[in-house]
Design a protein around this ligand. Structure first.
Ligand SMILES: *Cc1c(COP(=O)(O)O)cnc(C)c1O
Length: 420
């Protein structure tokens, strides 16, 4: 008898990720923590090594060959990122250390220059701390006021409340595209259009969307968008800020130093053109090149395909989790086809600590996260001190979900029997 089982995307990409082929506590590693940081394909590791073995030199400064190669690769990666999110110009991509730094750049540069006492900033209660704390710091300095959009009873963004909060006092809406805890996908295009009716600017935190689904900043019409390289198959130490050119041109520099200047005198300086105006000092050259390689790798698969496969995983994950009684999963449910949500589930089981669950699953080689996932205000609203979170990427498989569900059921049984 012969039968052929179709190879899924997860099956076919696994060989690209060396780290996945190891045992942890004598079990095959199941990595379900990609929302915190993704794994890196060989192509990205190779790009980093190639740069350091062959091209390493500082950028933009030297007449020599190595500096030319480093500059070409560094700036070439910027073109790749710009195309990846459909920016209108490469000048609209500013490299940063991570998404947090990109948000701080906007907060300190645009926020300090533009916000006045009584101006309003709208955030949502599902924001990552990175999209709350910088605005609190700027609100304290400027007298601006922060307002928060809450959740509907089904635990998604409350669009009606959002509309009621908007007014001519609103100067900024800063919002997560895909929540790293609730998993919900926010209607950012509609949210942006509403904000623009009131003349407010919009920043989108795309940390959990850019790695997982096609993102088009021109279609979205957002004013800024931020993401981190390490969640999209690149290394740590690199992220980016997208900003509309006319807005970036009007913003003062955030940090001063080499690379970002035009001319320096003892009493004043003039600044470089975009994007260099916002890139003070020697940048993370190798990491930026690795980000370019990550974009090439994701494109070689196709973001549509990645998203469609992750919907399959989401559908399967939620069907399997539904077989566990008493499991409280946060955020709106996906459709049966796995649509409307990211491939992640943050959950709790009454009477069991999320950290105990994660520790016991680690004994089975399964890596999930426990804690507040940098969303403490959201957890307070959900009445939970923390949660366990399984977050998947396109290199995960149904077989891994099966193994996770078995181990999770065993772990729950273990704790519940202990109580008897
Ligand atoms: C990870 C994450 C951030 C912060 O990213 P850093 O790389 O730590 O700067 C912000 N927002 C969301 C939704 C995230 O998932």
């Amino acid at each position: 008898m012969t039968f052929t089982q179709e190879k899924t995307l997860g099956d076919s990409v696994r060989e690209d990720f060396p780290i996945l082929h190891q045992k942890v506590n004598d079990r095959p590693l199941i990595y379900f923590d990609s929302a915190a940081s993704s794994q890196k394909p060989q192509a990205v590791l190779d790009a980093l090594q190639h740069y350091y073995r062959r091209d390493n030199a500082n950028v933009h400064r030297g007449a020599h060959t190595l500096s030319g190669r480093a500059t070409d690769a560094y700036e070439g990666a910027r073109d790749k990122v710009a195309q990846f999110i459909n920016a209108a110009s490469r000048d609209e991509i500013i490299y940063t250390r991570n998404a947090s730094e990109a948000i701080n750049l906007v907060a300190y540069s645009w926020g300090l220059a533009n916000l006045e006492p009584g101006d309003e900033i709208i955030l949502s209660v599902m924001e990552h701390h990175s999209n709350i704390v910088p605005w609190q710091l700027i609100a304290q300095k400027t007298g601006a006021v922060i307002k928060y959009v809450g959740l509907t009873p089904t635990e998604e963004f409350d669009f009606a409340q959002y509309k009621s909060l908007l007014s001519d006092k609103t100067k900024l809406v800063s919002l997560v595209h895909v929540s790293n805890t609730l998993g919900v996908i926010n209607p950012v295009t509609e949210i942006t259009a509403e904000a623009h009716k009131h003349g407010a600017k919009v920043l989108i935190d795309a940390c959990q969307s850019v790695p997982h689904l096609p993102v088009d900043v021109q279609a979205m019409d957002c004013d800024w968008l931020v993401a981190s390289g390490h969640k999209m198959c690149a290394t740590t130490g690199i992220g980016f800020l997208y900003g509309k050119k006319e807005i970036l041109l009007a913003m003062p520099p955030f940090m001063g130093g080499g690379e970002m200047i035009d001319e320096v005198f003892l009493d004043h300086s003039t600044y470089g053109d975009l994007p260099h105006k916002f890139e003070a000092g020697t940048p993370a050259i190798g990491e930026a090149i690795a980000l370019g390689a990550a974009v090439d790798y994701l494109n070689s698969i196709g973001m549509d395909k990645i998203h469609a496969y992750e919907e399959e995983l989401t559908s399967y994950l939620f069907k399997q989790l539904a077989t566990i009684s008493n499991l409280r999963i946060y955020g709106k449910q996906p459709t049966p086809e796995g649509k409307g949500r990211a491939a992640l589930a943050a959950f709790n089981i009454p009477g069991i600590h999320a950290s105990d669950l994660a520790t016991l699953l680690d004994q089975e080689g399964i890596a999930i996260r426990s804690g507040h996932h940098c969303t403490q205000p959201l957890h307070r609203i959900l009445n939970a001190s923390g949660s366990a979170r399984a977050s998947l990427y396109f290199y995960n498989t149904r077989e891994e979900i099966d193994a996770f569900i078995i181990a999770l059921k065993d772990t729950i049984d273990f704790f519940q029997n202990m109580d008897e």
